[in-house]
Design a protein around this ligand. Structure first.
Ligand code: GLC
Length: 548
């Protein structure tokens, strides 16, 4: 059973979801206590952001042991208990597979670094020091992608932080070690992986210079509209053409697919990228990629229509689309599209869209409450080293602390990773009163943005999410049906038809603030009215509806 096609998948960022032992950080005991909440929300799968031991310089995406649990999250027994309890409730679990790089504290790197003739030297990418960097490649977190190791006088390559050295995937021992780690978790019964940073796994062997200085790259990005050859995405792809998406990636994905397919139960591979070419022939590489363009472009009628027109046909064979509007790396939905929780329809629209489009909805924890980005005011309290580095480089350029802080606040991913507010008790009920949580709890929990209060309020975003997810869970049409746009002559009215087994539903979203008389806008042969609504609980007449 391809469970991922019928499930809504919920992303848990382990440090911020639920604190079971009251130390200010989330953990597995906490998650276990909240599984009934997720079940009630209608969730069918959990994507767990990294739960491995980590120095936490990239907030868990710097792994120092692939086959263990970070002590702050509990023990391996706690993990197993979590997995069993999730499965008992019909909830699948996929793990984050961070395979492009390790932490610099991983024993593999410590060995590799220890001497030029260490057997693990070639597990990472080392190049001689000829007086300057091996080439002009840049880290995607800014700055050169090479760091000199003074002891052995060689440079090592890192696509991300210098504390995240890239593994050398052309070394078969690396592949074997990583595949063994995958088997370790698969044998335990997990249901698949979200593969992190997948595009940068291989880089050009010839180390070809890419040609632009970082400043030239910035200029190209800024000049995006005047030069049609270089849209921002294309500019990035060009800049990174020797550091990402090398041809061997297809072969590696085929091998990973064979590995997961060797298990009798269905195991999902979803990659952190949007290129549908990595779905292979529809059956031999990833099962699913993310519809990131939709996340970047927005949710008005025109973008949704274009996005679906372009992307859906690219999903050949058995491959599948993953729809999401946020995750642990980007702004929260509310801060992206709207401002206030109550009157802002964009939250409801985005939930509705995710649940009704063709493809699997991925919901980032807290979106169902309408959480917003939270700005931290003191650079000392930042956890995301990427943005602390940015702050320091802006200060070095001569900016004032206040100016540098502003830039870092816009960059930092801390803002979307604050603890989940469970109630209006101190610390949002996440941790006991008086405990300093690992990132601050957004004080908005006192104003109703928390699980307990929203559950009681029929009109809350949380209850809207529950209704629409549960509606989708019971509708094969929404889960599996084909998508067809119904053209209307109104730019604010999005209508599409989903059809499965000769049965259809019409999904309608009114992006304007005016009530719309559907009859005025839809083709003559359709007899749609806000009145023939399929399920009253998921509509606000004149705003969104599912019509039969
Ligand atoms: C991915 C993760 C991001 C992390 C990076 C390096 O993009 O989503 O959080 O910083 O990989 O691992």
């Amino acid at each position: 059973m391809e469970w991922w096609k019928e499930s809504v998948i919920y992303q848990i960022y382990p440090r911020s979801f639920a604190d079971g032992n009251g130390d200010g950080m989330g953990d597995f005991r906490g998650i276990i206590q909240k599984l009934d909440y997720l079940k009630d929300l209608g969730i069918g799968g959990i994507w767990l952001s990294p739960h491995y031991p980590s120095p936490f310089l990239d907030c868990g995406y710097d792994v120092s042991d692939y086959c263990e649990i970070g002590a702050e999250y509990g023990t391996m027994d706690d993990f197993k208990e979590f997995l069993t309890q999730a499965h008992k409730r019909g909830i699948k679990v996929i793990l984050d597979l961070v395979m492009n790089h390790t932490s610099n504290m991983h024993p593999w790197f410590i060995e590799s670094k220890s001497s030029k003739d260490n057997p693990k030297r070639d597990w990472y990418i080392w190049k001689p020091n000829n007086g300057t960097f091996p080439n002009d490649w840049q880290s995607c977190f800014k700055g050169p992608a090479w760091t000199l190791d003074k002891e052995t006088n060689e440079y090592y390559y890192h696509f991300f932080l210098k504390e995240q050295p890239d593994l050398n995937w052309r070394n078969p021992e690396v592949k074997k070690a990583m595949f063994d780690s995958m088997r370790f978790w698969l044998d335990m019964g997990i249901d698949g992986f979200r593969i992190d940073a997948i595009t940068s796994i291989y880089e050009d062997e010839e180390l070809t210079n890419q040609g632009w200085t970082p400043e030239e790259f910035e200029e190209k990005i800024k000049a995006k509209n005047s030069d049609s050859e270089f849209t921002p995405g294309k500019t990035w792809d060009h800049y990174m053409r020797y550091q990402t998406k090398q041809p061997e990636l297809h072969i590696l994905l085929q091998e990973m697919r064979e590995l997961v397919d060797s298990y009798s139960e269905s195991k999902l591979l979803v990659g952190e990228l949007s290129d549908t070419e990595y779905l292979g022939d529809g059956d031999n590489e990833l099962h699913m990629v993310f519809n990131f363009p939709l996340m970047a472009e927005g949710i008005d009628k025109k973008t949704v229509v274009n996005n679906q027109k372009i992307r859906l046909p690219l999903h050949i064979g058995n491959s599948w689309q993953g729809n999401t509007l946020s995750n642990h790396d980007v702004s929260r939905i509310r801060s992206k599209y709207g401002k206030d929780l109550i009157s802002d329809k964009s939250l409801k629209h985005s939930a509705f869209l995710m649940a009704t489009l063709k493809g699997t909805p991925f919901i980032y924890y807290g979106e169902e409450l309408g959480m917003k980005n939270f700005n931290i005011d003191d650079i000392k309290d930042f956890m995301d080293l990427k943005s602390v580095n940015l702050y320091n480089s802006e200060m070095a350029r001569g900016l004032t602390p206040a100016e540098a802080l502003k830039i870092a606040q816009l960059d930092t991913r801390d803002r979307c990773r604050t603890p989940m507010p469970w109630s209006n008790e101190p610390n949002g009920g996440f941790s006991p009163a008086g405990v300093k949580t690992w990132l601050p709890v957004d004080p908005e929990y006192t104003q109703g943005v928390n699980v307990a209060d929203e559950l009681k309020d029929k009109q809350s975003i949380l209850n809207f999410y529950k209704d629409i997810i549960n509606f989708r869970n019971h509708s094969n049409i929404l889960k599996f049906g084909d998508y067809e746009e119904i053209p209307t002559n109104d730019n604010d009215l999005l209508i599409f038809k989903r059809t499965y087994s000769n049965k259809s539903l019409y999904v309608v979203i009114n992006y304007s603030n005016d009530k719309k008389d559907l009859k005025l806008f839809i083709p003559n042969n359709l007899n749609l009215e806000w009145g023939n609504i399929v399920d009253k609980s998921v509509i606000d007449k004149g705003d969104v509806a599912i019509l039969s």
